[in-house]
Write a protein that binds this ligand. Structure first.
Ligand SMILES: *[C@@H]1O[C@H](CO)[C@@H](O)[C@H](O)[C@H]1NC(C)=O
Ligand SMILES: *[C@@H]1O[C@H](CO)[C@@H](O)[C@H](O)[C@H]1NC(C)=O
Ligand SMILES: *[C@@H]1O[C@H](CO)[C@@H](O)[C@H](O)[C@H]1NC(C)=O
Length: 678
């Protein structure tokens, strides 16, 4: 082997020797490593790029991640993944070349790669062709990268910073989640150390895929542009992504396709976090995971548990396992997890026991608890998490610094992968699981609409989260109904009489609806909202959403109030002008279940968007249910792609849900008028 790898080997032998001896503390090892690096550098007369201590730590981290059984070796076929983990992605053919070279020169012919062999391969590659590009970016010590100083950002006089650790976490997550997606091969794997995330989002494909992953079937993949990506086609994808993100409840009010095209880091990361969170939290809900009932504490009502947010449930879940382990519980995912203690016990509790197959069982190595250096301890803990395939979102530093966002994501992923909640315990709590009602589609659509407008706090449960009136009052403002905030009681509410304060807000909300917005609120009082009554809350929220949807139409028109009839005749006129024969009588017209009027309308507004071979036409009203659903998915994704912010779901078209059908047509009309006005 070459001189440099000899030096590396020597250095690593020192290191590994120390490691095996386990007598020296981490700092001493680092000092040793530093001197070895200097030594090597001098001896090589700077011909070779030096491997910094940081790089070595990264390599070690990558190696440990792949070497899940801690054997000290990885197999040659895992090499590609190893490089990927080391943020040094190589095309497959390159890796095969390396492996061949390696096997040819492998002295011990075991076809296994030890850490030092890996480092020398890495070192050779790096010094050859990649030294230029690797690790160009400089991370400030606090981990915050700042940018600006050029282009539009500085001209606005603002400089945004973003958290580098979030970028690293999201890139690793996306790399893993989409690794096998054939449409993402031109983008993946991204290097978490550089800025490639911000350029990779430009064509919109990545975002569309992540949305569809978080909420399956949100985007019809036939609508994503994947070939011959011009700026126009990329913009279409981005518009599709943004409108779909808002349909799953992400707040996208201050971000547009240009921002994404420009790869503005704080906006990209903000959007991605929302999208990832939707996916992570999707199953942290009692109707989706009845095992959560075992988290009830003595004397607690199921309703209370059901009204908890995913964050609160996760905390409950962690503490449930910590109690079972007989150890101290935690109050947050920041200060309380910094020492990795809770995580060690949690991992130990949730690790698969392999009841049916002992080979599936994982025994967590708890010895890391004795490590005194917290960063090192966090690393040991994460190595155990890796054995559960859950080393995600956090680095040791994110643990020891108590980054609550990333730690929340880490825990959510642990929950999704290994909830370790016994269904049997449900009965011992005496709860009839049949009483657990899942959120209806309509409720979910309303909730997504509300959240997409950026209300605070985030609405997890339509009824209980609206019962203090505050979110409803914020919605009034979004639909141009002025709210006198002096009349509103804000939290924190006093311990005594809290509900009175909330009720006052609800009364005010009903008053505004009746007197200012002229909603029809017959028989609805503030107390109904306060109690979380379904029908009453739905009636008010629907009128808010309707007003929101048609507002854009009166802005575009001459300000007249837009009734159903105006939208209907616009639909009919537009269709007949383009010689389409799909007219509708009302928003209940059975023809709507075929989605053909919608698709025709889209073709009328944005000619050339519809690929007709995707549309099931056949004998019209004779379409099968599957055909109808197929058309509906296509129609809704198309509508979003041409710029309509549609919240309706495919089922709303198939089942001809007149409310959602109205919003869909109104959105398209708004879009059509806007185009005509341009
Ligand atoms: C979206 O999700 C569905 C269901 O998970 C899947 O069948 C479809 O291929 C996905 N589409 C894209 C664009 O990823
Ligand atoms: C987390 O909880 C602990 C108590 O368990 C408390 O001392 C600490 O201040 C909390 N940290 C945050 C950021 O809320
Ligand atoms: C729309 O067209 C249908 C069929 O041509 C007709 O029956 C209906 O009255 C029209 N509705 C409106 C509002 O124009």
């Amino acid at each position: 082997m070459t001189l440099n790898s000899t030096w590396i080997r020597l250095g690593l032998e020192i290191w590994l020797g120390l490691k095996i001896g386990s007598v020296l503390v981490y700092e001493e090892i680092c000092t040793q490593l530093k001197s070895y690096v200097c030594l090597g550098e001098a001896a090589m007369e700077n011909h070779v790029t030096q491997i910094s201590r940081e790089d070595l730590e990264d390599l070690r981290e990558a190696f440990n991640k792949i070497d899940i059984d801690n054997s000290g070796y990885v197999s040659d076929f895992e090499l590609q993944e190893l490089f990927r983990e080391a943020s040094f992605s190589l095309p497959g053919y390159k890796v095969r070349e390396i492996i061949e070279t390696f096997i040819a020169g492998d002295t011990n012919k075991d076809e296994k790669i030890s850490f030092d062999e890996f480092v020398s391969i890495y070192q050779e590659l790096k010094s050859k062709e990649f030294s230029e590009t690797f690790r160009k970016t400089i991370t400030r010590r606090d981990g915050i990268r700042s940018f600006g100083g050029t282009s539009g950002i500085s001209s606005e006089g603002t400089q945004h910073s973003y958290a580098d650790e979030e970028k690293v976490a999201f890139v690793n997550w996306i790399n893993k989640a989409l690794a096998k997606d054939p449409d993402c091969q031109h983008l993946l794997p991204m290097n978490p150390r550089d800025e490639s995330l911000f350029t990779s989002v430009r064509d919109g494909i990545l975002l569309c895929k992540m949305i569809n992953l978080s909420q399956p079937d949100t985007i019809d993949e036939r609508v994503i542009n994947t070939k011959k990506l011009t700026t126009f086609k990329m913009t279409e994808n981005l518009v599709l992504a943004l409108n779909s993100a808002s349909a799953i409840g992400c707040t996208v009010v201050s971000i547009d396709a240009h921002d994404l095209m420009a790869g503005k880091p704080h906006l990209v990361l903000g959007l991605l976090w929302q999208i990832i969170k939707v996916g992570l939290f999707a199953d942290i809900e009692i109707s989706r995971n009845e095992g959560l009932i075992s988290l009830l504490i003595a004397g607690e009502q199921l309703d209370h548990l059901m009204s908890m947010s995913p964050e609160e449930l996760l905390l409950r879940w962690v503490n449930y396992h910590l109690r079972n382990a007989g150890t101290q519980t935690i109050n947050n995912f920041s200060d309380d997890i910094k020492d990795s203690r809770a995580y060690f016990y949690l991992l130990d509790q949730i690790a698969p026991q392999g009841e049916h197959d002992y080979r599936m069982s994982v025994k967590i190595d708890m010895s890391g608890l004795n490590e005194r250096d917290l960063d090192r301890r966090a690393e040991l803990m994460l190595q155990q998490a890796a054995r559960l395939d859950c080393r995600q979102f956090v680095s040791p530093r994110d643990v020891t610094s108590g980054n609550s966002k990333l730690n929340l994501a880490f825990v959510a992923n642990l929950f999704n992968m290994h909830p370790a909640l016994q269904r049997a315990q449900i009965n011992s709590n005496g709860i009839e699981t049949t009483h657990i009602e899942a959120e209806t589609k309509e409720e979910k659509t309303f909730r997504n609409w509300i959240n997409s407008l950026g209300v605070s706090p985030y609405v997890n449960h339509l009824y209980c989260d609206l019962c203090d009136g505050l979110v409803i009052l914020q919605l009034y403002e979004k639909v141009n109904v002025p709210v006198n905030w002096k009349k509103v009681n804000n939290p924190p509410y006093p311990v005594l009489g809290a509900n009175m304060k909330k009720l006052e807000n609800c009364n005010y909300a009903v008053e505004l609806g009746r007197d200012v917005a002229h909603f029809s609120l017959v028989g609805i009082g503030g107390e109904n909202l306060n109690e979380g009554s379904r029908t009453h809350t739905l009636a008010l929220v629907w009128q808010l959403m309707r007003r929101y949807t048609v507002l854009v139409l009166s802005d575009l028109g001459d300000g007249e109030r837009v009734g159903d009839q105006i939208i209907l005749s616009w639909v009919n006129t537009t269709l007949s002008q383009k010689r389409k024969d799909t007219q509708i009588n009302s928003f209940k017209d059975k023809l709507i279940s075929t989605s053909l009027p919608v698709i025709d309308l889209i073709d009328a507004i944005a000619p050339g968007t519809v690929k007709w071979d995707m549309v099931k036409r056949a004998e019209r009203r004779m379409l099968t249910d599957a055909d109808k659903l197929n058309n509906a998915k296509y129609a809704i994704s198309l509508a979003r792609k041409i710029g309509a912010r549609v919240y309706a779901l495919p089922d709303d078209l198939v089942e001809v849900n007149p409310k959602m059908v109205l919003t869909l047509f109104a959105c398209l009309m708004g879009h059509g008028l806007k185009k005509a006005n341009r």
